[in-house]
Structure formats: C-alpha cells, structure tokens
Design a protein around this ligand. Structure first.
Ligand code: AHR
Length: 331
C-alpha cells in the first residue's frame, strides 16, 4: 500500500459543499483519488453497499466504483447486501478475514454494528462509513461522510408547513427502510417542523425505499382512506414517491394536484416528475460521495488526522427551480 497522500481539495466535486465536524484536525479529506499516486502498491478496500433499492443507490454505487478504481490506486471488493442487515455484517466479516487494507460501509440499519466494528478495530483495519450512520460508539470507526438526514426532514417539513400548515391537511408517510438512519432522521426532522400546524399524520408505513414498496403502500392507503381522504404524501425518497404516483394515477386521481407529494433525493426521475408537477417539492440528498470517501480512506491509511464526520450540503427544489437545473444535474 502506498501511504503517501496527495491533497487534492474539493474543486473537482463541482457543486458539492462540505462541512466537517468533530475533532479539530487539519486534513483534507478530498485526498487524491485522481490517479496521482506515485507508489506501485494498490489499496485493497472492501465496500459493503446496502443493495440496489433506488435510483439514489445506483448513483451512489457508480460514484463509489469510479472513485475506488484501479487507476486511482484501489482494488475494490464490492458487496451489495440486498437490504439484508445480517448479510451486510457477514460481508464485512468476510472483508476482515480477507485482510483488506480498509473497509467502507453504507450501513443498512443503524443498530447491530458494535461487534463487527470492534472485530475490524482489533484486526487493525480502519472503517470509513459513507451515507448512513450507526448507533455504535464513534471510536469504532475512523470517519463518516454523508448527508444531514434530519435536516432534510426539517427542510421538507418547513416547506409543508409553509404551504399547507394553515389548512386541515391529512398526510400519509412512505417511510424508508425500518431502522435505517435516513428513515429515522427524516421522520424526526419533518415531524418537528410541522408541529403545531394543521398537518395531521393519518398513517405511516415503510415502503423500504423502493418504487414497488411505495406503490404497494400507497395502494393500501388509497383503499383505506380514499383519494378524498388524503391531501399530502411525504415520501422518504423519490423512488417511493414515483411508486405513489403510479398508485394515485391508477386510482383515477392527479398526483401533485389532488394529492400533493413531497419527497427526498432529487434523482433524475424524481426531478422530471417534479417538473411535470406530479411531485410538488423535493429536498436533495447528494449520492456523489465516492471521491470524498476515497480521499478519507487514503488519509486514514496515511496516518493523517481526519474529522469524525463530514456533512455534504443538500439543496431543495420547486418545479420551477428543478426546470432551471435539470440539464446540469449529474444523477
Ligand atoms: O441512505 C440514503 C437513502 O437510501 C436515499 O435517500 C434512498 O433513496 C436510498 O435508498
């Protein structure tokens, strides 16, 4: 492994804005994933991805594979656990047994990581988390890079409060994967932002962050409450909102008009539905975390001080705002 770290900064990351918190280190977690290493040894990294549940996940996987490429000095062992927490922990254990140089995890759920993270620590293998967080003590991993899910929920809730907070509004929620950090935090942030308004949560169920899941759960809500009984859908991601759109249209109603929709991610299909006025508001969740994660891994292996958390800043879009930026979106 080449332990030399070249500091590249974030210029190549385009619109991504980053905030680091935690210990007061001076590292540049951008590292150099741009193929500038002069050494010959490659860094073997095991990456435990959640699965392939959404458009966001596809973009995240592509970003990770591009950053952890052979030309950037990495040998990436990729595992997608199909949203099965036990399978993901088994994959991490396998990486430890293989003696990889570092492990990167996008944890499906927050809980249950203490033992395997301790095993990685005991084996001297640094772990970097990307995307989702864990409830395990933070001395069991080197760093985390991702999005502020709670703030995403607050942004979505504040928009809902501003636009629907003064009239009686029956809301249903399509939750993300049960026990996952984004599902927990987006629910909490939204609920806090709409507290005291006339928005009433009449039901909430998991659609597991998938389009099919969103469609099925929305079909159930429509059967139970009828089109007239639901005013607003808050979907924890675009894929579930897109599934809900299908269900609403199949019920003979107009998504975005008869039933308003707010979602999170801002992936291409979601943005197109927003421009089409089938979704009313989207909060972004940027999946392009690969280069940041690769930089952190290189810095950690080089013995540089890294921050414990790196937050990437999210934007939000109305249909008009989405139309202005759609051509320059990268995912
Ligand atoms: O953890 C990020 C979430 O996971 C995204 O919002 C969702 O689309 C994905 O499946």
């Amino acid at each position: 492994m080449n332990k030399k770290t070249l500091l590249a900064g974030f210029a190549v990351l385009g619109a991504i804005a980053l905030t680091a918190t935690g210990c007061a280190g001076s590292t540049d977690a951008g590292g150099d994933s741009g193929g500038g290493d002069s050494g010959s040894d490659t860094i073997t990294v095991g990456f435990a991805q959640t699965g392939s549940e959404s458009g966001w996940r596809s973009a995240n996987t592509a970003s990770m594979k591009e950053a952890f490429s052979a030309e950037n000095g990495f040998d990436l062992i990729f595992n997608a656990a199909d949203n099965d927490p036990a399978a993901q922990i088994a994959a991490v254990r396998d990486f430890i047994n293989q003696g990889v140089d570092a492990i990167v995890i996008a944890p499906i759920v927050s809980d249950g990581w203490d033992d395997v993270l301790q095993e990685a620590k005991d084996a001297g293998i640094p772990v970097v988390l990307e995307d989702r967080t864990v409830s395990a003590p933070d001395d069991l991993y080197a760093s985390w890079v991702g999005l502020d899910f709670r703030n995403e929920g607050v942004m979505a809730g504040e928009w809902a409060a501003e636009n629907f907070g003064d009239t009686e509004t029956n809301m249903v929620v399509l939750e993300g994967t049960t026990g996952s950090a984004p599902a927990n935090d987006r629910a909490e942030g939204f609920d806090e932002a709409v507290e005291g308004t006339s928005i009433k949560k009449i039901d909430s169920q998991t659609g597991d962050f998938t389009r099919d899941g969103g469609k099925t759960v929305m079909e159930g809500f429509l059967q139970k409450y009828g089109v007239d009984g639901i005013d607003l859908v808050y979907a924890h991601n675009d894929d579930m909102a897109l599934g809900a759109i299908e269900a609403i249209e199949a019920a003979g109603a107009k998504p975005g008009e008869d039933i308003k929709i707010i979602s999170i991610d801002a992936v291409k299909d979601g943005m197109l539905a927003l421009i089409d006025n089938k979704i009313n508001f989207i909060v972004e969740c940027n999946p392009l975390l690969g280069e940041l994660a690769a930089g952190i891994v290189k810095d950690v292996l080089a013995g540089e001080t890294v921050e414990k958390t790196y937050f990437v800043t999210d934007l939000s879009f109305t249909p008009e705002e989405a139309a202005k930026v759609i051509d320059e979106r990268l995912y």
